[in-house]
Design a binder for this molecule. Sequence first.
Ligand code: AMP
Length: 606
Amino acid sequence: MSTFLELGLKEPINKALTDLGYEKPTVIQEKAIPQIISSTDDLKAFAQTGTGKTAAFSLPILELLDDNSGNVQAIILSPTRELAVQIGNNIKDFCKYLPNIKVTTVYGGSSMEDQIRSLKRGSQIVVGTPGRTVDLIKRRALKLGNVQWLVLDEADEMLNMGFKDELDKVLEATPETKQTLLFSATFPREVEAIARNYMTKPVEITSGEKNTGSENVSHEFYSVTERTRYPALKRIADLNPDIYAIIFCRTRRETQEVADNLIRDGYSADSLHGDLSQGQRDSVMGKFRKKTIKILVATDVAARGLDVTELTHVLNHKLPDQIENYTHRSGRTGRAGNKGISIALVNGKEKGKLRQIERIIKKKFIEGKVPSGKEIVQNQLMNLIDKVQNTEVNESEMEEFLPSIYEKLTSFDREELIKKFVSLEFNTMLKYYENSKDLNDLSSRDNSRARTVNENMTRFFINIGRKDSLNPGKLIGLINEQNIGDKVEIGSIDILDTFSFFEIDKNFEDKTLEAFSSNQPDFDGRSVNIEITKKERSGDGRRGRKKPFGKKDGGGFGRRRSSEGSSKKSSDFGRRRSSDRPDRSERSSGGERKSFSGFGRKRRES
Ligand code: AMP
């Protein structure tokens, strides 16, 4: 693996990259940077999203351009405003120590005058959306006669969005001698046509296989019906207290509806789509990047290419019409070396699309299950307890209040106090999920994939999960390391956030317990323990669940009046066709729900 200096970049660029924490080039950078620096040949680069495409095309341009001239030497076209702004900002970061280089970003919906003023001051690099770029060319504010590099980023999306005429106009305005660099994660026919029509014998480079999804992303699908699609989405958010996700929808209307519903139900969510003004879009993106908003509901187009590094989930409320877009969606997570999950909510009819997508991403979707109310409550509770454990106590600040607090609580013993504090945080959620239904659409389960209950298997709970970087492969490795016996059959595995389940051949039930208890294994420094879970009375193929908090069913947190199974307040869904209406049981219980804290929900501030 080379260094950035060895790829031919100068020290000021290297220094800026060090400041950004880029230690070594990514695969696409290693291939593209020396190629662009050493040759004027056109370039067609197949690169998955999140692999460092922006630096791959912009660093060699920064290396080569003449910073004594104020002429526009590079024009970079990107399909959306957000992506253009992101690329412009990335390049500004890269030229932190190249003070003479100026970058202007031009896009619709923001002041044309400001952009013209910036261009007049002289910019060597212009990043723009096709429409605004053409407007500025027509007004003679943007002169591309000296352009040496034309970069087409996400060209397939530009064509999808109907920018073919604009591309033609930009190309007309640039000299024949320029070098065209085409970067894209997918290469449908239309993009191949661009390469044929606009490029001369391009050199092809690829980072990984064409059109495949990121290695760091696991793909899951949950079987739902139209009634349970939205409630399932909420359960995923509820199961994951630290969710930071993009929910993809097919249309602007669907996007707005899902966002409105989530906001109404007290989640920290907002929408991003083409019907919003540029000011609104900027504001939403700003809040999402700062994590003031934890869930962004977006159309494919609006979220194309967005780089938000720490996303925990990509959720596909509905699969995209154009299956290639799935790669773009799932590529929003698992970026910069992080792990990510892409979950698709699919009904019986949509399952065919999964197979088509699997062929593109060259990975199998794993069938997941919409979490049950108990799993959610257990996960949230464990999360709360973790937080309590890790909370620092500021003795000195508290000192003066403590005596009166002790006095008030003196009649409670330790157990009662714990129950009271936990209930304070949890009563609402317990109430909401009491009597909650199974939302998995068992009728449409894909039989070839469905895991049926196997009476020959014992189901175990294990106290590690996704947050511990556990995945099915690692769990199987961990089980095998315990030397339970030769050829022990391992059945289905469900990895959840902070804990998981696995099945083992019933004949090895005791040996499994013994092995784990005598070996006392740890996983990434966390001591591991397992327990047998209790089977539920269900004849519908569901497996048993571990009883939450070690309480007897129906006990512990007791019966509450209002629950997920008995929420009363009707919701905005009422406006939809009856077939679209969610299950009564999952409608919002209004103000009650808004008091959940953490986990992608916020308390309403206003
Ligand atoms: P991109 O594909 O250009 O959107 O980049 C994806 C993410 O990877 C961005 O957050 C970049 O800042 C980051 N990135 C790009 N190149 C590197 C590198 N060589 N080392 C570390 N992070 C990088």
